[in-house]
Write a protein that binds this ligand. Sequence first.
Ligand code: 5AD
Length: 340
Amino acid sequence: MTNLTRIENLDCLPRDEMRVLLESYTPEDAECLFIRARKVRERVYGRAVYLRGLIEISSYCKNDCYYCGLRKSNQRAQRYRLSKEEILKCCEEGYALGLRTFVLQGGEDSWFDDERLCDIVHEIRRGWPDCAITLSLGERGRESYAALFEAGANRYLLRHETANEKHYQSLHPEELTLRNRLRCLRDLREVGYQAGCGFMVGSPGQTVDCLLDDLDFLRDFRPEMVGIGPFLPHGDTPFAQEPPGSPELTLLLLGIVRVLLPGALLPATTALGTASPDGRERGLLAGANVIMPNISPARVRGKYMIYDGKETRGMEGLQGRVEGLGLEITNVRGDAIELE
Ligand code: 5AD
């Protein structure tokens, strides 16, 4: 049995002991971890919770990932793309609400080529020079990442999904490889982005060993941001009948990652908020310090369905719920803090 109170330094925990923790943690272990995670967060970031305005720019995707509702084979997915004007309007409204980071997220949609994207990024950079621009647009070439960085983007989110080669292959068609995923992440970092990776908890075929591989990868890559959410099935995908991932295990992993990477920006993800009604709050209590309210235009809300039941909450009621936890929403960019 693991008794987390006995473990002084998670960072040096041998793989076997981490395995025991993941396999047989008790509610007391989890609570003890969350207390530690909150202390670490407080030391680095104080009470701040950072907001990122999420703009879902395209639901078209050329990929066919088995878990995702936006996969190209899903004929029932509702496809849309936002115009440049719509995206800029989201930024304008978001800025008025106090947001200082805009996240442009989308499927891998070749309509959004470098020329169109650079133009949009450039306009946002010009219009809101005090804001951070985060992109989350999948795998692209290094030249493309560099051009977008040059145009004014600062951060890039690209979840690695799983650091285990075999598991990666079982979640994706052949043409998608872990090798290229990691190549992208390294390119992003070298180009100058703050890089975000991340993984789903409880995706089909995931074993505790896969999660240990994820933690090893994070320790090694030391990303500025890590998105962790439970897998949730989508009815029109090959994984429709698979069980959802556990919110509790997701929270435990959030806490572990907070302790392993004290300076990381960790969102209480939408998937966590969907899996459990107070999921986002529990995420913050487990060590997360970022919330990503959806600021996509009303006409497309509910069309970016990567899993069933995805909640589309915007800013409503956020302040009160965060303050209820003894934390405070801050209207600053909220870049990652570099620790030595
Ligand atoms: N359940 C949970 N998360 C999912 N994602 C994609 N499909 C699902 C799903 N069915 C996550 C992936 C992707 C991110 C945008 O959403 O990790 O990188």
